[in-house]
Design a protein around this ligand. Sequence first.
Ligand SMILES: [Zn+2]
Length: 141
Amino acid sequence: MAIYLSKALRQRLVTIDDHRCAYCGTPQANSGNPMVVDHLQPRSKGGATIFENLCFACYLCNLFKGSQIQAVDPLSGEITPLFSPRRDRWSDHFTWNEASLHILGLTSIGRATVIALRMNNTVIVDARRNWIRLGWRPTID
Ligand SMILES: [Zn+2]
């Protein structure tokens, strides 16, 4: 659903997220679509349209996240919060496999988010393989 963002708020997101998905790191230039604005706490659950509750996400991460705010850690079976780009540091919870094709969860939050957002779906993995052939490497931060 389209949402209205003030120019200043959109610019603040651009500055922080640099037109990259805050979940899977896909740059907008590689995604084939403009980034969408994701509400960390969904609007359907009372999430406000304020900087602290927003991030850029690629179409698929946003689609698969839907209105979820937590998911099951496949290792422990425990329900855990999803990764929050505004609260959590990406490299504390995720890393790339050796080939830079798959995102690996390092923590319960990371593992649950990789599964819930299907961050290694075949579409994005195929795309990463093609970008890597062209010299792209994921940024870690
Ligand atoms: Zn993504």
